[in-house]
Design a protein around this ligand. Structure first.
Ligand code: SAM
Length: 397
């Protein structure tokens, strides 16, 4: 690649064609309309700087900035990789190109395969109005603009600096959708109603303002997440002030909503590890692999909401820990020799609750996400198994 702008644009165009071919080949890009949009929108414009992540031998992930200045060729090539790129750490858009740094990702450009899969799942038609929550870099917003026209697209972002940056990038491509700063859980108050609502962050439940801002017949696409970090990607249809539909799978996941509040895990873990030394081992028939199964974790987080989990390996023993903010805890320890032992402590018998959940889940035939569905009313999000007459849990924040 030469340094001239024209040649860089040609290279970007070729990389875009290759990415589109890959997305068609893997089945995420399925229709000519979205193919045209994906060909029209240059992803690198939305990724002036992103972070490549390396997991250190100390278990800590470090991030190195990638941009035109660090290595123009690598930057462009990587921007068109079918990869999620972290674009913001610790809520800050300022970055240094020098040393790798630690931090918590707070925004990203989602895997293009997931972006286009969701847009295909949205089933849009010409003239429809779409509300996107989670503008991020603006890349998916640009795809919506390319497909539907700017005046049909509204996008809400929590972070004002990200929204402003997305606005500038969209403008360089000639797009001027309505961009709003706010909590996506409020939708876009005073606007709508919308034919389609699509979330590119993961909330714990479908917020009721989305119902209020959706037209009858609207589709809501959202990946919901619970306290055990199990995701459920749902496609809901709005009718008569309610939304109902099925979970498609657990494969679509996003960053948590910025409004999600989780308990500090350190103090809970320290207290649980101390209490474990005096706890009595329990016999258990639960295999450790079950506790890593996303479908089981989905049903478990419905049964023990607010519980978080952590996996810790020391001295050839892996502990799968479950911690509740009320100081209840449970752990399944599995050794390299195949032995397993469970322990629990605190005000409630968390291990017994997890065992009961496992036995119910197994008796239902190990249901995957596609057997679950969701009914959203203005007050409640009710998860059901197989049909709405079989409720299995309520989603919290
Ligand atoms: C995975 S990124 C979005 C990716 C984006 N669609 C793209 O193509 O680049 C998720 C974004 O959701 C935003 N977000 C998180 N919680 C939010 C909330 N409650 N309301 C609005 N935006 C939120 C984050 O700031 C982040 O920019």
């Amino acid at each position: 690649m030469s340094d001239t702008l024209d040649e860089a644009e040609v290279a970007a165009g070729e990389l875009r064609v290759a990415l589109v071919k890959e997305l068609e080949h893997d089945g995420s890009l399925r229709t000519p309309h979205w193919r045209d949009a994906a060909l029209a929108v240059p992803r690198h414009v939305f990724l002036p700087t992103f972070y490549s992540a390396v997991d250190g031998s100390d278990g800590i992930t470090r991030y190195t900035a990638v941009n035109r200045d660090t290595d123009a060729q690598a930057w462009l090539r990587l921007a068109y990789r079918n990869t999620t790129w972290v674009t913001q750490l610790d809520h800050s858009l300022t970055q240094s190109n020098s040393e790798p740094r630690t931090g918590t990702p707070t925004s990203s450009s989602t895997l293009p395969g997931v972006v286009v899969r969701m847009l295909e799942d949205l089933d849009v038609q010409d003239g429809m109005n779409v509300l996107e929550v989670g503008t991020g870099t603006g890349y998916s917003t640009a795809l919506l603009c390319a497909r539907l026209g700017d005046r049909h697209v509204t996008s809400v972002e929590h972070d004002a600096a990200l929204s402003a940056a997305a606005r500038e990038r969209l403008a360089t491509l000639g797009h001027q959708p309505r961009l709003v700063v706010g909590d996506g859980a409020e939708g876009c108050p005073g606007s709508g109603p919308y034919d389609r609502i699509i979330a590119t962050y993961s909330p714990g439940r479908v917020p009721s303002p989305w119902l209020a801002q959706a037209l009858p017949g609207a589709v809501v696409l959202v990946s919901l997440v619970g306290s055990l970090d199990a995701y459920g990607y749902a496609k809901l249809h709005v009718d008569d002030g309610e939304a109902q539909g099925r979970f498609l799978d657990s494969d679509v996941s996003f960053m948590l909503s910025r409004e999600t509040r989780r308990p500090a895990i350190g103090p809970l873990m320290r207290a649980a590890v101390q209490a474990r030394d005096n706890a009595t081992a329990l016999d258990t028939a639960i295999h450790p692999d079950l506790l890593d199964d996303p479908a089981f974790l989905w049903s478990a987080q419905l049964a023990v909401p607010g519980t978080t989990r952590l996996r810790l390996t020391t001295d050839h023993v892996t502990g799968r820990w479950f911690l509740h903010p009320d100081d209840s805890w449970a752990v399944l320890e599995s050794g390299n020799d195949g032995t397993t032992r469970a322990f629990q402590g605190g005000p409630r018998a968390l291990w017994a609750e997890l065992e009961a959940t496992a036995s119910t889940w197994l008796s239902h035939g190990r249901p995957g996400l596609e057997r679950y569905g969701l009914t959203v009313s203005p007050r409640t999000n009710t998860v059901w198994l197989d049909d709405p007459g079989h409720p299995v849990g309520i989603l919290g924040e």
